[in-house]
Design a protein around this ligand. Structure first.
Ligand code: PRP
Ligand code: MN
Ligand code: MG
Length: 177
């Protein structure tokens, strides 16, 4: 795309309100946990994760994983591999994956399979955005911020060619011809 503009899709205030709500729900559900391990997938999750954990009134630890991005590759080569693994062992722990966006579901399908095989006490998934129109893997998140069918979104952690992650809102990319 040579020329594009970004339209506000979900405002900064709407996001903040939703993150607070999710924080309350999650705090309530894990009120008996000894430790909630919050896992972010680099890099898209970092903004949502850092806001969400501050709404959790729980004993929280944070860990990160990087899996190969297939964003710029051809369809046939889409393979999800671990580039950077977690630093800590999650066996017996309550684990919550925090992701910016669930799209095809291929990333999370793979990651959840890997984490499940390490025998956590529980494994749940929180996504800020559930983009439903292009799903390929069967994934149902436990906590969802916003749901939409289709559209090319950026901001609040989500990039377009590594740009726009720092936008305080979620925008929709529109091609300008
Ligand atoms: C994006 C996004 C999700 C994933 C969702 O990450 O942050 O992790 O794609 O797509 P899927 O459901 O189709 O697998 P990306 O691979 O672009 O890396 P990034 O987080 O570093 O931007
Ligand atoms: Mn990502
Ligand atoms: Mg990306």
């Amino acid at each position: 795309m040579n020329n594009y503009e970004i339209e506000v899709f979900i405002s900064k205030d709407e996001i903040a309100e939703k993150v607070k709500k999710l924080g309350k729900i999650i705090t309530d559900e894990y009120k008996n946990t000894k430790e909630l391990v919050v896992i972010g997938l680099l890099r898209g999750s970092v903004i949502f994760l850092s806001d969400l954990v501050r709404e959790l009134d729980l004993p929280v630890s944070i860990d990160f994983m990087t899996v190969s991005s297939y964003g710029n590759e051809m369809e046939s080569t889409r393979e999800v591999k671990i580039i950077k693994d977690l630093d800590e062992n999650i066996m017996g722990k309550d684990v919550l994956i925090v992701e910016d966006i669930l799209d095809s579901g291929l990333t999370l399908k793979k990651v959840m399979g890997i984490l499940e095989s390490r025998s956590p006490n529980s494994l749940k998934l929180s996504v800020l955005l559930n983009k439903t129109g292009r799903r390929e893997a069967d994934i149902s998140p436990d906590y969802i911020g916003f749901e939409f069918e289709d559209g090319f979104v950026v901001g609040y952690g989500i990039d377009y060619a590594q740009k726009h992650r720092n936008l305080p809102y979620i925008g929709i990319v529109k091609e300008v011809k």
